[in-house]
Write a protein that binds this ligand. Structure first.
Ligand SMILES: Cc1cc2nc3c(=O)[nH]c(=O)nc-3n(C[C@H](O)[C@H](O)[C@H](O)COP(=O)(O)O)c2cc1C
Length: 386
């Protein structure tokens, strides 16, 4: 039975464990170019023991960014920086992964610490946003949405393919399409955002056409030996929105079109979801487990899995193949090493680079003085023996 530290093989790629740093947008790029900060963030988590490491969502077009300071891959000039990041992640023993995305009608924002708001199209940092229909995000944002023509949809699919080719050139070995969180893919699938009456709207099959054609376009350039995955907005938590049953059927259709793994997340197509899932422990796990069981496809998920015992149990129970950590990976670059100690792994140091492991094994420091708290199980044993 696999646990959190068991290797995981998908196509020709083997992760050293089941722990991934989930993509996290940082609003620190310039003209789409990543910099030393992004490379530090990814490289340090790879050195900290994560098996799969994503930088933030990488936009396929300039208007696919969340803010003007988000990273992109719409130009060959973006390849060099991303290649440095991918190489460092790989040198540290993790698999470099890339999440390609387009924010659709949710783009043109300012960084969240300036207030979560959309900027008008004529703002120097803003742009006119595009989506499946002319419905603004949540039905409440003040700026109009340009409804994509069929030609523009095809152009976007070509942009996904061009981005995938650049990602391959940059050395990434795992590709995820970001079709969750209210972004372009998620809004095509959601009846809240997609009011189209053509082949891309209406029935589930039609609303999923955007996804299926994107998979086809990307697979044409992304080698069969490398994983092609999708973060799917699978539940709008809204009675008028996308229902999870439809997402199970959608993943089954995408599996037939070459999807290798489903990373389940929320639709986030409005702000008024109920219940709000932000603080619930293991909030997405039962849904991920259902997709894994009913569709027979490997699954990943995030959302409050940062307690080591919970992360380990969802893998052991066969609910989830990969645990995606967002906020825990921000707060602790060595989360896997810490979790290994918490879970009484026989050799926690095996999770860090070999030279660090040598120093840490051989310098015989006092065990309480190496910069991490005593594991919960040891602290409990100590209390009992007092
Ligand atoms: C700062 C920040 C930025 C994020 N940016 C992205 C992103 O670019 N792409 C994405 O799919 N999810 C993004 N997320 C969501 C995370 O990947 C993750 O799914 C979420 O934080 C839940 O996992 P957690 O409970 O481990 O934090 C972001 C989350 C945070 C905290």
């Amino acid at each position: 039975m696999p646990d959190l530290f068991s290797p995981f093989k998908l196509k020709d790629i083997t992760l050293r464990n089941r722990i991934a740093m989930s993509p996290m947008t940082q609003h620190r790029a310039t003209d789409g170019h990543i910099n030393d900060f992004h490379i530090m963030l990814a490289g340090s988590r790879a050195a900290g023991g994560f098996g799969l490491v994503f930088p933030e969502q990488i936009a396929i077009t300039p208007d696919g960014r969340t803010s003007i300071s988000c990273a992109g891959i719409w130009d060959n000039a973006h390849i060099d920086g991303l290649a440095r990041l991918a190489k460092l992640v790989k040198d540290m023993g993790a698999v470099p992964a890339i999440q390609l995305g387009h924010t659709g009608r949710k783009g043109s924002e300012c960084p969240p610490w300036e207030g979560r708001r959309q900027l008008p199209p004529d703002d120097p940092r803003g742009w006119a946003v595009r989506g499946p229909s002319d419905v603004p995000y949540g039905g409440v944002r003040p700026y109009s949405v340009h409804p994509l023509s069929v030609d523009e949809i095809h152009e976007l699919h070509r942009a996904y393919a061009d981005a995938a080719r650049r990602a391959l050139d940059a050395g990434f070995e795992w590709l995820e399409l970001h079709f969750a969180h209210g972004y372009l893919g998620a809004s095509f699938l959601s009846p809240l955002a997609n009011h189209r009456t053509d082949a891309y709207g209406g029935s589930l099959e039609n609303r999923l056409r955007f996804h299926l054609e994107a998979l086809d376009a990307v697979r044409a350039v992304w080698p069969e030996r490398l994983p092609l995955t999708m973060r799917l907005g699978s539940d709008d938590l809204n009675p008028a929105g996308l229902q999870f049953d439809d997402s199970v059927a959608a993943v089954a259709m995408m599996k037939l079109r070459g999807l290798d793994l489903a990373d389940l997340s929320w639709g986030f197509n409005t702000d008024d979801m109920e219940p709000k899932p932000f603080a619930e422990l293991a909030a997405m796990v039962s849904r991920a487990e259902r997709v894994r069981r009913e569709v027979g496809i490997p699954v990943a998920t995030s959302w409050n899995l940062g307690v080591p015992a919970i992360a380990d149990s969802v893998v052991r129970e066969g609910a989830v193949d990969i645990v995606m950590l967002g906020r825990p990976a921000l707060s602790n670059p060595h989360w896997p090493l810490w979790a290994a100690r918490e879970l009484a792994h026989p050799d926690p140091w095996s999770l860090v680079p070999e030279d660090w492991a040598w120093w840490l094994r051989n310098l015989r420091a006092h065990p309480d003085c190496i910069g991490w708290p005593k594991p919960a199980h040891e602290a409990a044993d100590e209390r009992q023996t007092r």
